[in-house]
Design a protein around this ligand. Structure first.
Ligand code: ADP
Ligand code: ADP
Length: 235
């Protein structure tokens, strides 16, 4: 079975919009297999952020059904990690402490986090090394470049070993060289750990380089549909 399964999903943001038949996304049917890396490209306002909110359970569909790992989505999912265009690290925390944040939140009791802190910190430091941040673990965000902060934010998204990584324009603010370096790092992490990735991007080249499948989301009058599916061979 598909890992992510959207079955005829529609979303209107509120009752008024629903009454006017004004949907942010319409009739999305999309199946993603376990471990697949998909990219969604499309113009502003076509529904990409809305799709992400649905895939993480931050929004419930007005109509249709979403299954993740064969379970109906009923609320925000702990199995996903997220990174956005802005790295938004907490400025008073070191790199490693920023990366550990999701584990602190996911662990139900503070004492459990403390008991496992050493093991978690080891995991965070290993991950930081993999993305080229060895030596920067104990620095603060203001001591890192934008690209380094973005690497840290990807580590933060992966630290609790999520089954699904959601990336919304994560490389949009970076220079071309840093961006391509991070593409390679992400591709390697994905090849190694086989989590699912949903990447939203305006950059077609990025989508082709990284994703197994690229979906083009279009915005026709009043309607937002996943229109075309392109399969590219991986480089
Ligand atoms: P992006 O193109 O990066 O998704 P947008 O400016 O389209 O950025 O939207 C950013 C966020 O602002 C959306 O995810 C949504 O939560 C909110 N937003 C966008 N359009 C509206 C709207 N018409 N009414 C209320 N909130 C909106
Ligand atoms: P994208 O991420 O592709 O830019 P969005 O998912 O943000 O697109 O937006 C899709 C449509 O839904 C747009 O028409 C946008 O204005 C609308 N929208 C987004 N967020 C909200 C919101 N919170 N309330 C009402 N309308 C919204």
């Amino acid at each position: 079975p598909a890992f992510v399964d959207f079955r005829d999903v529609w979303l209107a943001y509120n009752d008024e919009l629903l009454a006017q038949n004004h949907f942010a996304v319409e009739a999305i049917d999309l199946q993603v297999r376990r471990g697949e890396f998909i990219a969604i490209v499309g113009p502003s306002g076509c529904g990409k952020s809305t799709f992400m909110k649905l895939a993480t359970g931050l929004r419930m569909p007005s109509m249709g059904k979403i299954l993740i790992d064969s379970q109906p989505v009923t609320g925000p999912l702990k199995i996903s990690g997220m990174a956005f265009q802005s790295p938004s690290l907490l400025p008073w925390r070191t790199t490693v402490d920023n990366v550990l944040l999701p584990l602190e939140i996911v662990e139900p009791h503070r004492s459990q986090f403390k008991a496992k802190r050493k093991e978690y910190e080891e995991r965070a430091r290993n991950l930081l090394k993999k993305v080229g941040l060895g030596g920067y673990e104990d620095k603060f965000p203001w001591q890192l470049s934008g690209g380094m902060q973005q690497r840290a934010s990807i580590c933060r998204a992966l630290i609790h070993e999520p089954k699904m990584l959601l990336l919304d324009e994560p490389f949009g603010a970076l220079d071309a060289f840093t961006r391509e370096e991070l593409w390679c790092i992400l591709r390697d992490l994905h090849a190694e750990q086989q989590f699912n990735v949903i990447l939203v991007t305006h950059d077609l080249r990025e989508s082709v380089f990284l994703a197994d499948t690229v979906y083009v989301m279009s915005k026709s009058p009043g309607r937002f549909v996943v229109r075309r599916e392109i399969d590219f061979p991986r480089p």
